[in-house]
Design a protein around this ligand. Structure first.
Ligand code: MN
Length: 455
């Protein structure tokens, strides 16, 4: 006898599809099979039963200059849950000179008691001096085994020497780099040129971050990682030229995993031509690019060259926060919301169009991220002994996306008015129903810190 049985659904994992019941006891999956009997039964006839999704790249309540991303741990994780995401990985950004473990403790104190779902943290290495790098083993011991490295953004970025030192240290200790690859100096130069010429609107943003300079940064990064022998994850790949660099590095024998995001698969540079200041809603880095780039990323996903779809969720209110850059696009807070819409968008535009199989959809949104951060087999799949993080997904439910109907704490969605066909209906986190028929019934504070582990 199980506590709960999800009966008669189509169970989808990265390995295959089966018509089966899922039996849950306490917080774990206890059986997957036929005619299971539970104290409670949820009928999932006609539904897909999926592992809870993992979003390995989100920025909740993140300070950026003098503004802070508008979803806090509470609203952001509730929104995530509505979209079928049951695990997020956010970031620790230590202050200059702050010990990394102290920053980790502070960040955990912000999240604990506020999160509706489980969460992990990447440690940001914005310095690569001996004193900072000496703290890497302690971070790994404390459950933060992945490290964000930036090649752009003053105050965060590492130069080539710093990258080499950081990559080498991470190689030694098994820490996993997640890297933002763009050419910092090109961005600064092109932005200053645009501003000097009076091109101050959001339409200038993509012109200052061209694909060729993202590809240059990726080439340089992978060359440095080739020297140190460090496997890494490339964050938010946006362009075909960058994917070519990844192919070359893999052909040389390097291990590199590629993350992209829904915005690079579904949006393009045309968004910046919207009237007035509207393009600011799409100011993010890297920017969405051309139709050809989108096609290359879709093909890469299907072919197994692109490994993960995360969101880089980093929302700012259009009316009160994005407007910081009304007269200077370089001051528009960079980032966009997406934590809630990933699965339905990818189902609609990936699975329904035949560009992704059901299994591949689950692999890139759930199973792969769990494996790469050492959260498997507890997270990311439906298997006996795994946490009972489960989505009941109605493949026929049609929803028109709009900021008003979503739960993200922000006044717009890049997908306003888009109809999706397929939506999460009921979501469980460790055996607890936290979203039922589209209503949040969980509790904030239910989520707990997950240790990522070196692989
Ligand atoms: Mn990011």
């Amino acid at each position: 006898m199980f506590d709960l049985v999800i009966a008669n659904g189509t169970v989808v994992t990265a390995e295959g599809i089966a018509h089966a019941d899922v039996g849950i006891r306490n917080d774990k999956i206890a059986a997957i099979g036929a005619r299971l009997v539970g104290l409670q039964t949820v009928d999932a006839s006609g539904m897909l039963v999926l592992p809870g999704a993992i979003d390995e790249h989100v920025h909740l309540q993140m300070p950026v200059g003098d503004v802070t991303s508008s979803d806090d741990f509470r609203s952001g994780t509730v929104a995530a849950a509505h979209g079928g995401t049951t695990t997020i990985i956010d970031f620790v950004e230590p202050e200059p000179g702050q010990p990394l473990l102290a920053a980790l403790e502070e960040r955990r104190a912000e999240a604990d008691g506020q999160v509706a779902i489980d969460y992990g943290l990447h440690m940001t290495l914005s310095r690569a001096d001996d004193e900072t790098l000496a703290q890497v083993p302690a971070c790994i011991n404390a459950g933060t085994a992945s490290f964000k490295l930036y090649m752009a953004y003053e105050g965060l970025r590492l130069d080539d020497g710093g990258l080499l030192r950081a990559l080498s240290t991470l190689r030694t200790h098994g820490g996993r780099p997640l890297v933002h690859a763009e050419n910092h100096h090109a961005i600064i130069y092109l932005a200053s040129l645009a501003l000097a010429e009076g091109r101050t609107g959001p339409e200038s943003h993509p012109l200052t971050r061209p694909a060729i300079m993202e590809a240059e940064a990726i080439h340089r990064l992978l060359s440095l990682a080739g020297v140190t022998g460090t496997p890494l994850i490339l964050a938010h790949l946006s362009c075909a030229l960058g994917l070519e660099e990844v192919r070359r590095a893999r052909a040389r024998g390097q291990t590199v995993w590629v993350e992209t995001c829904p915005q690079y698969l579904l949006l393009d540079e045309g968004e910046y031509q919207r009237p007035g200041f509207e393009g600011a809603k799409f100011v993010m880095a890297p920017p969405p690019r051309s139709a050809a780039d989108r096609a290359a990323l879709w093909a890469g996903l299907a072919a197994g060259e692109v490994d993960t779809i995360a969101t880089d969720h980093c929302p700012f209110f259009y009316e009160t926060q994005k407007t910081r850059g009304r007269h200077d696009f370089s001051k528009i807070p960079g980032g966009a919301p997406g934590i809630e819409t990933r699965l339905p968008l990818l189902y609609t535009h990936g699975v329904r169009t035949g560009r992704l199989s059901l299994e591949r959809w689950v692999e890139v949104c759930c199973t792969g991220p769990a494996r790469r951060f050492g959260l498997a087999p507890r997270k990311g799949t439906l298997a006996v002994g795994a946490d009972a993080d489960v989505i009941i997904f109605d493949p026929e439910r049609r929803v028109t996306l709009s900021a008003g109907g979503l739960h993200q704490n922000v006044d717009y969605t890049p997908y306003e008015g888009w109809e999706v066909h397929g939506y999460p209906i009921t979501v469980l986190s460790r055996g607890q129903v936290i979203v039922q028929d589209g209503e949040f019934v969980g509790e904030v504070g239910h989520g707990s810190f997950l240790e990522t582990v070196p692989l």
